[in-house]
Write a protein that binds this ligand. Sequence first.
Ligand code: GLN
Length: 392
Amino acid sequence: MPALSDRVGTFTDSVIRRMTRISNQYGAINLSQGFPDFDPPREMLDALARVAYTGPHQYAVTYGAQNFREALAQKQSKAFGREVDPNKEIVVTCGGTEAMMCAVMTICNPGDKILVFSPFYENYGADAILSGAEPIYVPLVPPDYQFDRSIIEEGFRQGAKGIIVCNPSNPCGKVFTRQELMDIGELALKYDAFVITDEVYEHLVYAPNHHVCMASLPGMYDHTITCNSLSKTYSITGWRLGYLIGPAYVVEGAKKVHDFLTVGAPAPLQEAAVVGLEFPQSYYDDLLALYTAKRDHLLAGLEKIGLKHNIPQGTYFVLVDIQDFLNLPQFAGYTDLQFCEWMIREIGVAAVPGSSFFREPVNHLIRLHFARSEEVLDEAVRRLARLADLLK
Ligand code: GLN
């Protein structure tokens, strides 16, 4: 049989999305792949219904419909504290996933190095491979997920083209402080490198933490490619609407990559989403209150049954420590992936094995998401209590 490219042999399918498939197969409560089980805002659904009859149903401008880009520019100008040019500084993409791929492909030549924090969202590994770039990993060290500046500096000294910063950070829930971002930014400027940010959880940052956009820091706009998406903010992961914002010369390159990757994001969905981009601040406050309650609810449940976990500063993920279970004779030799598969079958709750996020040999963490109703979270905790009982 004819051979496939070497490229496809160097990474697996997404473990996150694989866990969803296994979860569906066993009818488990799916707390693996993060997406909400509640509806998008009513105004956006009404707009979607209207658009069904009024259109557009044909291609939008490849890099995004004019009104969508203008609404985005307005929202993000506020976040960055500077004017974003809707014509020259934005590319609308098919989700944050395409924005990230497009950003890496736009700045990296095959053989270039790119810095990636570990743990990392698993797409970044594939983004690097498909672009021919070689990741250099920078550990985020638990429990606070601190990093060592000198490792970043060493990477830049070796010529890394950029660094990927997921803030708030999937899967560990870290929210980078202003000082940490300034430290990273200072190094990027010193070595004339890019910062690619993934800020899809920007509105899910729990008090007292604050979200700071890298692009808003002094001198950083021209060195930052901000990747983002509407998926989490408006509960529309299936609409596949994302975007990339950066300086005009970067965006000019990114527009070409995007054009040949996907042509464009769905025109009717861009039209229906404009109303969301124009929501007042109260929408984002309510969203945060909703997720804060869900986070507190799940964490309280985990506490009650005695499962060890981190306290996420942002995102809708929590990492649960399964080391005590792996020490039990019945799990001898289990990987975290095997443990998650067992958990789906026997406990009825799906999680993502932590090893898919770490460069280091980490096998003792699993990731749960809490973008679910409190009833579903309660049922998940009831089921997980049977797991916790194994330690009694
Ligand atoms: N970001 C989500 C997660 O980490 C999933 C995103 C996706 O599957 N595209 O679970």
